[in-house]
Design a protein around this ligand. Sequence first.
Ligand SMILES: NC(=O)C1=CN([C@@H]2O[C@H](COP(=O)(O)OP(=O)(O)OC[C@H]3O[C@@H](n4cnc5c(N)ncnc54)[C@H](O)[C@@H]3O)[C@@H](O)[C@H]2O)C=CC1
Ligand SMILES: O=C(O)[C@H]1O[C@H](OP(=O)(O)OP(=O)(O)OC[C@H]2O[C@@H](n3ccc(=O)[nH]c3=O)[C@H](O)[C@@H]2O)[C@H](O)[C@@H](O)[C@@H]1O
Length: 463
Amino acid sequence: MKITKICCIGAGYVGGPTMAVIAQKCPHIQVTVVDLNEQRIKDWNDPNTENIPIYEPGLSEVVAEARGRNLFFSTNVEKAIDDAQIIFISVNTPTKTYGKGKGMAADLKFIELCARQIAKVSKSNKIVVEKSTLPVRTAEAIKSILDNTGNGVQFQILSNPEFLAEGTAITDLLNPDRILIGGDSTPEGEDAINALVDVYANWVSKDKILTTNVWSSELSKLTANAFLAQRISSINAMSELCEKTGADVSEVARAIGMDSRIGSKFLKASVGFGGSCFQKDILNLVYIAKSYGLNEVADYWEQVIIMNDYQKRRFSNKIVQTLYNTVADKKITFLGWAFKKDTNDTRESAAIYVADDLINEQAKISVYDPKVSRNKILSDLDYLQTRSSSENNDAVLTFDNSYEACKGAHAIAILTEWDEFVKYDWQKIYDSMQKPAFVFDGRNILNAKELKSIGFIYNGIGS
Ligand SMILES: NC(=O)C1=CN([C@@H]2O[C@H](COP(=O)(O)OP(=O)(O)OC[C@H]3O[C@@H](n4cnc5c(N)ncnc54)[C@H](O)[C@@H]3O)[C@@H](O)[C@H]2O)C=CC1
Ligand SMILES: O=C(O)[C@H]1O[C@H](OP(=O)(O)OP(=O)(O)OC[C@H]2O[C@@H](n3ccc(=O)[nH]c3=O)[C@H](O)[C@@H]2O)[C@H](O)[C@@H](O)[C@@H]1O
């Protein structure tokens, strides 16, 4: 089957960049990204591609090249579905906040809505691709909805999870470690798999395109995220032991990372991992394991989350303890709010939880992040429902200039590893602060020796 029209439901962090790259690499395919969120679509269509709703290095250039040529952003969901041969579902699958599985299971209501809409609208055979991260065996539910509520047309369901990381989405999409496609082993299933393989083969070599059955593909995505997050919790667990014993976690990470069986990536101790997916996907994995009665499996993976929550709390406790057991009315400056550098995404960022703890201790928080707005910071805090919006508003100051943010501070906490923080004039910052001047480097990015020689009391993670 020759693919000429693709639709993607969900113009978020995955749908937007993924489809932009498909459109860039496949000029012969018309790619339409649809979303219910009118503002988001309006922003994707902003004439100035610097204003698109997602900040990702290299993304605005890709959008500038393809948009209007073969890449379109629209709110007309039904038309895009009806026109397309392949429909990617790339909507959010957050942790459930109600009912059975609350706080653990993935909320699949957006996925089900998509399936029902595809079934209602489709007048020709379609390939439906799960791009969202889903619990294993979701394809079964999607198939049941499509087959029972559709117009008699044929649907093939593929699982094609996305492995991009934010901040490096474009390079990850252009040079993926692998593309994973799960589908049925029937002749129709194989045709569908081949059609999607051919799309990716426009820029990815075939030996990197892995095909499996649907359940392996769905479960591989949850497994990959669980393994990645587990490495961070493992090194973070060692970071506390390092602090007690005089070992240095960066040296330990380097030493173990040189073992080719362990590998050097994803061993950076930190204030704790954030992002929209690690926690959600592991909780989901734990829930699935429990639902099959696999309690030991569930407990094993849950520990990754418990360790991560502990690491965030440990960081805020350390600030309070070090500042003579009180931060009441003290100015604590956060450099960084995003969950990692090179993104404006703040979902589950450690900064939110550290700020919340410190506000409970009546600290005054000043925040500078090069890509995150005051509104976003306040809405992240309000979402926790720890206190009223007006109390959050009073407790947090935000700055467009980092030097201003640091002026008069009792302590600086590094929450995101933005490159610019390393290059600052730390002497100038020191001179403008209250003394003693404390730095809590939640990312171990600053030069500890240099800061100590300036006069800072420097605290890193795991040393
Ligand atoms: N953010 C990331 O880096 C990665 C996310 N994923 C997975 O991809 C999925 C999407 O994640 P994000 O893009 O981050 O989410 P997002 O929240 O940024 O975007 C989802 C979009 O879907 C739209 N939407 C929801 N229901 C809809 C419907 N019925 N019709 C039309 N639009 C609808 C929402 O308005 C929203 O704009 C999740 O399952 C996530 O786990 C996978 C890999 C990486
Ligand atoms: O499913 C997803 O959403 C994605 O989740 C992660 O990507 P992402 O969350 O965007 O970013 P990561 O680079 O994985 O970082 C996650 C968090 O871990 C932290 N981290 C990462 C690496 C490390 O060594 N130490 C560490 O604390 C980061 O600062 C960040 O807060 C995975 O890396 C992607 O492969 C996956 O597609």
